[in-house]
Design a protein around this ligand. Structure first.
Ligand code: BEZ
Length: 209
């Protein structure tokens, strides 16, 4: 059966560029971005892993850890890792899982046979502190991901977990938010600043601080 939002992110133990890691134990009660890429020594993947490394401080501000995976063996990961720093300017600073027997890729449904071969597509899982899957994205092999979007979703998830709000299309941190449907407009005016009712079901408010 496939994975769904709200499911517990499957746990696994695997060899990574940082040694053997058990996913839940490594993650502890942080957020995590767990993502697959098709192969080592490939151009798009090199840019993506460099970009993730460059986001280290942004992820840390959000109590978020990054972990990548491909089906290449650990020896290849170790040989490729220096290229990431050389090409993108930021050394690898998070673990890459080696999954040569496809065990974890299959657990997370990261291999899509229609996409050419048995390498993993570009899957992204955002996992919350309770190990629940909160976002799943799937990109084709030829298209590099937008990591600003991944950070934006973490911000939105953390804001909507903390307050009875939702975020509108293209929302960015600091912009106005949508009052949750379970909150009456009268109650919203007590909880939020500058509540504006466009429709009984669509109320905007300033982002809570
Ligand atoms: C890449 O990372 O450049 C790539 C990998 C597999 C297929 C297409 C592109």
């Amino acid at each position: 059966m496939g994975l769904h939002l709200g499911d517990t992110a499957p746990d696994f133990t695997a060899m990574t560029t940082d040694g053997e890691i058990s996913f839940h134990e490594w993650k502890q009660d942080s957020w995590a971005v767990f993502f697959s890429h098709p192969a080592d020594f490939t151009p798009v993947c090199t840019t993506e892993l460099g970009r993730t490394a460059a986001l280290k401080d942004e992820f840390a501000k959000r109590d978020t850890k990054a972990m990548a995976l491909s089906i290449d063996p650990i020896e290849d990961h170790h040989k490729w890792a220096p290229d990431i720093g050389e090409v993108t300017g930021t050394e690898l600073n998070f673990p890459i899982v080696a999954d040569p027997d496809h065990r974890i890729a299959e657990l997370y449904d990261m291999i899509h046979p229609g996409e050419g071969d048995t390498s993993t597509v570009r899957s992204v899982f955002i996992v919350d502190p309770a190990n629940k899957l909160r976002l799943m994205l799937t990109y084709p092999k030829s298209v590099g991901r937008n990591f600003d979007e991944i950070v934006r979703v973490i911000d939105a998830l953390q804001a909507t977990d903390a307050h009875p709000i939702a975020t509108p299309a293209d929302w960015k941190p600091g912009q106005r938010v949508i009052v949750g449907l379970a909150v009456s407009t009268e109650d919203a005016k007590k909880q939020f600043d500058n509540v504006e009712e466009f429709k009984p079901y669509l109320r905007y408010a300033d982002a809570p601080r």
